[in-house]
Design a protein around this ligand. Structure first.
Ligand SMILES: Nc1ncnc2c1ncn2[C@@H]1O[C@H](COP(=O)(O)OP(=O)(O)O)[C@@H](O)[C@H]1O
Ligand SMILES: [Mg+2]
Length: 434
């Protein structure tokens, strides 16, 4: 049976060696070879034995090297019955040591850059409290491959969204002009229709006079009146115009969202208190959470200021919270967390809701992609969120298990490069009106 690597799913770009499964089997230099062999037999995943003299690490022998030595002629008799120290003395190269806080992306290269015969030797991982564990290089390489795959699909995604963004901005721009004059003309029409209705009513009141003066004209007027139900048409006109107005207003909102997604305007950048933004946005959306019987929990740790647009960052939190609440069952729970990392600030929105199947997960950032019934979702929330996070030089990743829930993690750099800290990035080259 193939064991699923559940730990892989938890990994993200900031993950360190501490996030990988590792082993701790420590033998003393006096432990016999047969005891070490028994330990290797008991756990087929054990990559090696740490040799510790009291608290001090004095060496390491990998499973591979151990059995290789044992396979030599006569060596079973020598090594199995004697202290492991003898094997260690057989000039093993010192193991590669790394701190547990090292990022996976930075750890894989030095491990694989070792001479070929040592490239698969386990790595000694040292925690902050000086305790050591052994990391199988297969696990490290598997994690690195997974992260590269994630980065690759994120890159494809961002290329795809960049071209959709250009298209969207172009379309939004083209729609904007006719939309503006249709809206203006409709306002004029509304005013004129009122006057027209008044004058028609006046003419109709003169019907008796017309009947006397020109019976043929009067008959044509009565005919027309019967055919179009003039009274109803006149009274219905304002309603008709109002509904057309509502339709245009909705188009206007969609165009606004599309331009937002395509980074039409960046607004003012300041130092943003992310915690304040998350707290106030949570307050705004709490009513919706209560309505859906979903508990909303905040866990906001001290974080540094982020340079950016506070309104836009709130919109990110709002979109993510709205999605998390929408995905939750009654009685469910949604968490909004913030924390500080060496690279910046992380905002995490987690739910225990429906989760996202893998085939849907690939498309959630696409504009207009929604699984919600018509009228409930526009499918623009996450594409706008993506655009805003990108403009803040941040990253966004989504981990989801269908049936168990979803966690969306937004990482924002605190100390972005001087150029970006001083001013917002220059907009992508799309024909967008300011
Ligand atoms: N927390 C979540 N749990 C489950 N599905 C989600 C979650 N967030 C987003 N989705 C999926 O992504 C789709 C797109 O989200 P979004 O762009 O915000 O548009 P909308 O909310 O209007 O559907 C949603 O329709 C839903 O299928
Ligand atoms: Mg949404």
């Amino acid at each position: 049976m193939v064991m699923p690597h559940t730990w892989l799913r938890e990994l993200h770009t900031e993950s360190t060696l501490a996030d990988l499964p590792s082993h701790r089997y420590a033998a003393s230099p006096l432990t016999t070879g047969s005891e070490v062999a028994t330990a290797f037999d008991a756990d087929p995943n054990l990559p090696g034995a740490l040799i510790c003299d009291g608290p001090r690490l004095v060496g390491m022998i990998s499973r591979h090297v151990f059995f290789q030595r044992l396979s030599k002629q006569y060596s079973r008799e020598i090594y199995l019955n004697r202290p492991i120290r003898i094997l260690m003395d057989a000039q093993l190269p010192p193991p590669l040591c790394m701190p547990a806080s090292r990022r996976i992306s930075e750890a894989a290269a030095p491990a694989l850059d070792r001479p070929h015969d040592q490239a698969y030797e386990p790595v000694v991982v040292r925690a902050a409290d000086e305790s050591v564990r052994l990391l199988d290089v297969y696990v490290l390489v598997r994690a690195q491959a997974h992260l590269l795959m994630m980065a690759h699909s994120a890159m494809l995604q961002s290329e795809k969204l960049a071209s959709i963004g250009q298209l969207a901005a172009g379309v939004a721009h083209e729609i904007n002009n006719p939309l503006a004059f249709a809206t203006n003309n409709l306002s004029v029409l509304r005013r004129d229709a009122k006057v027209l209705a008044e004058s028609v009513a006046l003419y109709r009141s003169a019907h008796a006079l017309i009947a006397v003066a020109d019976p043929a004209l009067s008959e044509r007027l009565t005919d027309l009146d019967d055919r179009v139900d003039l009274a109803y048409t006149a009274s219905n006109l304002p309603d008709l115009v109002d509904r057309a107005h509502e339709g245009l207003r909705r188009i206007q909102n969609i165009v606004k969202d599309l331009r937002e997604f395509a980074r039409a305007d960046l607004g003012d950048w300041t130092d943003v208190d992310v915690n304040e933004g998350v707290a106030s946005t949570a307050n705004i959306i709490r009513g919706r959470a209560n309505g859906a019987a979903v508990a909303l929990d905040l866990d906001l740790r001290p974080v540094s200021f982020v340079h950016g647009n506070p309104g836009k960052l709130n919109q990110v939190v709002m979109n993510l919270l709205a999605n998390a609440i929408d995905a939750s069952r009654a009685g469910g729970r949604v968490w909004a967390r913030t924390r500080s990392t060496p690279a910046g600030v992380v905002i995490e929105i987690q739910d225990e809701g429906a989760g996202i199947p893998p085939d849907v997960l690939e498309r959630i950032f696409d504009p207009f992609f929604t699984t919600k019934p018509p009228g409930q979702g526009t499918g623009l929330g996450l594409s706008i969120t993506y655009g805003i996070v990108r403009d803040h030089h941040g990253s966004i990743d989504v981990q989801s298990t269908p049936g168990r829930g979803t966690c969306v993690r937004v990482a924002l750099p605190v100390n972005s490069t001087a150029a970006t800290a001083a001013e917002p990035p220059s907009p992508v080259k799309v024909p967008v009106q300011a």
